[in-house]
Write a protein of this length. Structure first.
Length: 334
């Protein structure tokens, strides 16, 4: 989730527990604590590009480390807030904000190791995109009113909006899942894995991807309340059977890095259709109908003892934008 929304959710959680005269400082503590975990993007080294991916949404987002993170925020803010907040209050507001960070990212895709180190499982509900302006606006307005009126009721209303929006998103997700299963049945496919998530910035167009056999199938579904789903049939691609392809490199840095990337990609790897030697995460693309991955690694077999390079392949050109807008508006696409 984007930092602004993180901060707003954390601030609203802190506001909901604050006395009127302490509400504004509570919001600062909650917002700072909610944004702190995303500093994990700074963890990494140029020598091992996958390290950043491995630590993203890992220990910094764990519920078990939230108390320690809240303590850091309390120490950092104490000299600013000590005239109006005591240590207990500062820590409470920071803890509330810190706790929301991992939960808010679970709303989105990719996953959060929320119970690290007890479990390495990544939890992801795939309900909201990493940036959703309507979701953020619904939090921003009551948050601003809470600051202006010094009434924590508005903080509760901001959190209430989060709950309402998630319930709506859940109904959309269920409709998209039904549509995806119908498409698979029409193709006589046995669905082994299904991934359903909203596209960037909206709840209207959803991405559905499923694995059948050794291929991944990508489709888009436009969903309006009280209307039949509009399906955009997309592309398919074979999954990369990397263990067979790179068997001769077993034991090398290259082989280990491909295995790491496979684990981070849920085992769904595809070849980039336009860039040789690039293996991408098949779960993400610029368009819901595309199998061209958003990011991937370059598996350079001429350098088996060096770490793989990691790159993004975002194409937001006119053609991509036009197709996405057409899907939002319910128009045909090429």
């Amino acid at each position: 989730m984007d930092p602004v929304t993180h901060g707003l959710i954390g601030a609203s959680a802190a506001q909901s527990a604050a006395d009127p005269m302490k509400l504004r400082l509570a919001a600062i503590a909650g917002a700072a604590a909610a944004m702190l975990p995303d500093l994990d993007v700074l963890i990494g080294t140029p020598d091992d590009p996958l390290l950043t991916l491995e630590y993203h949404r890992q220990f910094t987002h764990s519920v078990f480390l939230a108390p320690a993170g809240a303590l850091l925020v309390t120490a950092a803010l104490w000299w600013i807030v000590k005239k109006q907040l005591n240590l207990k209050e500062t820590y409470l507001f920071s803890l509330l904000g810190m706790t929301t960070a991992g939960i808010a990212d679970i709303f989105t895709s990719y996953g959060v190791q929320y119970f690290w180190p007890v479990s390495n499982t990544r939890f992801s509900w795939n309900l909201v995109s990493v940036f959703d302006p309507l979701f953020t606006l619904g939090i921003l307005i009551p948050f601003g009113l809470a600051l202006y009126t010094r009434k924590r009721t508005w903080g509760w209303m901001a959190l209430g909006w989060v709950g309402i929006y998630l319930l709506f998103a859940l109904t959309q997700q269920q409709k998209a899942e039904i549509a995806a299963r119908e498409m698979a049945a029409n193709r006589n496919h046995f669905m082994e894995t299904l991934i359903v998530k909203p596209t960037l910035g909206n709840q209207l167009v959803w991405s559905t991807r499923y694995v059948s056999g050794n291929r991944i199938y990508a489709d888009g579904v436009r969903l309006l309340p009280f209307a039949e789903p509009l399906v955009y049939r997309g592309e398919s691609a074979p999954l990369v059977r990397w263990r067979n392809r790179f068997e001769q490199y077993r034991g090398t840095v290259l082989y280990r890095d491909i295995r790491r990337f496979s684990e981070l990609s849920g085992g769904i790897l595809v070849d980039h259709p336009e860039t040789q030697q690039v293996i991408g995460d098949g779960r993400y693309a610029m368009l819901p109908t595309s199998v061209s991955p958003l990011w991937g690694i370059r598996a350079d077999t001429t350098r088996p003892n060096e770490h793989v390079a990691f790159n993004t392949y975002r194409d937001a050109g006119p053609e991509v934008r036009s197709q996405f807008i057409n899907m939002l508006l319910g128009r045909p696409i090429n």
